[in-house]
Design a protein around this ligand. Sequence first.
Ligand code: ADP
Length: 381
Amino acid sequence: MPDRILVLNAGSSSLKFGLYQGLERNSPERVVKGQIEGISTRPRLRVRDAAGEIQVDEALGSAVRDGAGALASVERWLFAHFDRKALAAVGHRVVHGGQEYTCPTRVSPDVMRTLRALAPLAPLHQPFNLAAIDAVSGRLPDLPQVACFDTAFHRGHEPVADLVPLPREIRDRGVQRYGFHGLSYEHIASALPDVAPEIAAGRVLVAHLGSGASICALRDGRSVDSTLGFTALDGLCMGSRPGALDPGVVLYLFQALGMSVSEVEDVLYRQSGLRGISGISNDMRALLGNKDPAARLAVDYFVFRAAREIGALTAVLGGLDGLVFTAGIGENAAEIRQRICEASAWLGIELDAEANEMNGPRITTPGSDVSVWVIPTNEEL
Ligand code: ADP
């Protein structure tokens, strides 16, 4: 009886994967986790076992030029180590499920048609997520595939939270706020009762700070609002995306600067945010500790914007019981957490500097009115 699931999270330059077992007990545990990074540049395969020990770390040939090539490498490695027949299904992270998909959905040609139509709403992610589904269909056609959506966790908001205040004819075309990073938030919400039981049923903000970044407001473990909207461009400053922007700026790029649609798309998705402000890098590690004034301005803006959104979402929740940091920056960058907490001290946050340096899990003093936590995300689970 097949009892394993392969989970794929396909990006523009990386393919992350995890193999899980224990389905029949409804308590899946990871057997291996790996990724191919640098697809089309310098592809490299890294795999860790359940204990986190590195099993493979090797450069791949230049044949790995796209997602299909990456999947072929993963498949080769997996089936050299695990029985192909034990695989029951493949689960995919898919960024955009639109209005239609509010829970994990079995992939079919009809589902794929709907998901392809959403690609312009998430050009950095959706085409790569769907290419991975196509590649699995081609290579392992008899395996069921299930798409799990980053937007799904946010369905169920009050109408005002999802409204884009434009004329009805435009809204009727699906123009609304969707929210993203839902697989991450769902995982954090499910971890709260164990890790931070005193806030799990309360008013909690989760700051997912990675290359993409957003904050989600949870009430009793359910999303009530988030900083990402119709696309993954809104809200916080991100690695290469600006976050919230006066739409008049976009008009100006077209009208006064004569930019084309694809040039504007490139500015908004790839040239802005930390990269655009610093002119140095989209990677927080390269900016922290960098004395260049432009690097410092980028970090200052990142912190400023996060603190501003924490204030706004606290208003949505009518107060705050807990704050959780997660994802690459949230889990690892003590300096960023410290600065965001200091800027949010007015909420009753009192940081425990030592616990913060140790990356938590709880990083506030026992007397802090609002408790702050570091909880690793696990979108694959
Ligand atoms: P994604 O999955 O969206 O690519 P991640 O959650 O992996 O993003 O986060 C990537 C970000 O996390 C990058 O900006 C990277 O610099 C930052 N990051 C990772 N580790 C550290 C660290 N030790 N200190 C500071 N930033 C870090």
